[in-house]
Design a protein around this ligand. Sequence first.
Ligand code: G3P
Ligand code: CA
Length: 324
Amino acid sequence: MTQTFTDKPPIIIAHRGASGYRPEHTLASYELAIDLGADYIEPDLVITKDGILIARHENEISETTDIANHSEFAHLKTTKIIDGEIKTGWFTEDFTIAEIKTLTAKERIPQIRPHNIAYDGIFPIPTFQEIIDLAQHKSQKNGRHIGIYPETKHPSYFKFIGLPLEETLLLNLQEINLPVFIQSFEVSNLKELSQKTNLPLVQLINDIGKPYDFVIDHDSRTYADLLSQKGLREIAEYAQAIGVHKNLLIPQDVHGKLLSPTSLIIDAHAANLQVHAWTFRNEDFFLPLDCQGNPQREYEIFFNLGVNGVFSDYPDMAVNVKLL
Ligand code: G3P
Ligand code: CA
């Protein structure tokens, strides 16, 4: 396997837990990910009305919870603009943690993962503290350090409504002795975090669009601009890694066939940034044309390219390829 500039094998980050096998962002999903050998578990974080961080990919929670079946919350259904997009449903910031705890999780993509439907309605929505407690407990029990890789979701929005994520995030993390990366698709909250913590930070970069704080600030730069050598050097002033859409490392043609790698991994390493790529999934629906029926092949290609980490919905597959 290609040695990376960190001289370590790539880390396996369980994307929303072992979300290929259990509904995402549940303690069951995180625990299974740990048992399957993941190095890190990844909670996306939003916040409740009473300031508790919980694991959800969006603050509008109808896609991944049973909230639509709770008639007592029907009056809280509403429409908001979140990061420039109109969303209708139920929003975490309108609920207390006690109310959130009456809900259960459900599979986000039942048409692709019908085997997970059996778990709908079973698992509650976890707080970030419960995820930390799980990682600490499993670390002690299994004799290895389980890393935690939280992402701040919609940080500018939550700051604007008076429920900033970052202070609570650092409070939750201050007592733990486990590996941590903190990630964000926005720039300004990572820069602020870099002034308040020595924990490693990850600038997330999508293959389209721009950070939403750039939209708010009328900053004309896009994610593509952050990937220039100048942009990477600027990121390295406040972050230790970039977390990138895998197509930015190896683009695909219109048929999904892999093209030649870009220079991004070389450029990022030259700027002293680790490179973590997302998202790796077993299903053909998500795989490049070259890897149909063979998810192992996709990991091999990206590991050989020199990535320092991968976000995977199936961490057992990622771990197995890493150990080959
Ligand atoms: O956080 C990076 C990776 O998880 C991809 O983003 O949209 O799945 O949170 P998302
Ligand atoms: Ca994420």
